[in-house]
Design a protein around this ligand. Structure first.
Ligand SMILES: Nc1ncnc2c1ncn2[C@@H]1O[C@H](COP(=O)(O)OP(=O)(O)OP(=O)(O)O)[C@@H](O)[C@H]1O
Length: 252
């Protein structure tokens, strides 16, 4: 469902992504992991058609993100850090207006809002104005808005960041429930325990390069570590040692 081949992105002289290739399939929650600056947001923005790659290709649900961005936009829902809500509207008004943009009738919108109220515990946020929301209420409505049209692919970039344990639990349960045939969820985080809980397979990025990709149990077995955080350090240190050795070889 997602095929990325030799994808690179440079900002000026800075390479944010270098030659990344990976595949994610239907029915998966696929994690993108890495520390600050690893390139997760850049990669997700390219997939969401918000940025163009410098080279390489990305194809989602059979559509090339550069050649056919409109088709890609129709199958995705996106949540990223910078999303706001109109302060004077209630959650219900925001969701109804987005449903309208997707061509849903009022009855369809209200049925979907009821489903999302249960799944995301929207509660009070539905009838309170967005300007009065807590961080958790805001993020839940932002997520509900991203999935109002029941997209085939859900892209969540650091979606749990800043949430308290209740809101975070709701989000992780929602992501786990999104694991359905025909659907793909892309979940970026730098919190390894979150990925361990919800992701089937993960890609680890470091300084714009793909360090590894695979099912979590396989990564643990390969590194001999007991959790993903330890495996992450082992893999990243290995990658850094290789880079340093290559630089020494190049200089001599
Ligand atoms: N618009 C931009 N102009 C210049 N450099 C950028 C731009 N956006 C990102 N970068 C750089 O590209 C690299 C990758 O950034 P990116 O935001 O993709 O990483 P990330 O893994 O999502 O990190 P974080 O968790 O901090 O969001 C970083 O070194 C960042 O400083």
């Amino acid at each position: 469902m997602l095929n990325i081949r030799n994808l690179s992105k440079t900002y000026g002289k800075h390479a944010a992504l270098r030659n990344v290739s990976l595949h994610a399939g239907e029915g998966e929650v696929f994690g993108l992991l890495g520390p600050n600056g690893a390139g997760k947001t850049t990669l997700l923005r390219i997939i969401a058609t918000l940025l163009r790659p410098s080279s390489g290709t990305a194809e989602l649900a059979g559509h090339d993100v550069t050649r056919d961005p409109e088709a890609v936009r129709r199958v995705i829902g996106v949540v990223n850090g910078g999303m706001g809500l109109p302060a004077r509207l209630t959650g219900r008004e925001v969701l109804r207006s987005f449903a309208g943009l997707y061509g849903m009738s009022k009855a369809q919108a209200d049925a979907r809002i009821t489903e999302l109220d249960v799944a995301l515990d929207l509660g009070r946020a539905l009838d309170a104005r967005a300007g009065e929301y807590s961080t958790g209420m805001k993020q839940k409505v932002v997520i509900a808005r991203a999935v109002i049209h029941d997209p085939q692919v859900l892209i969540l970039d650091e979606a749990a960041s800043g949430l308290d344990i209740f809101a975070r639990r709701t989000l992780l349960d929602f992501v786990a429930a999104a694991r359905q045939p025909g659907k793909l969820t892309l979940y970026s985080t730098h919190v390894m325990s979150e990925a361990e809980e919800v992701c089937d397979r993960v890609a680890i990025l470091h300084q714009g390069e793909l360090v590894t990709v695979g099912p979590i149990p396989e990564i643990l077995a390969r590194t001999g570590e007991r959790n993903l955080e330890r495996a992450f350090f082992t893999l990243v240190r290995g990658a850094e040692a290789q880079t340093a050795a290559a630089a020494v070889a190049h200089a001599s």
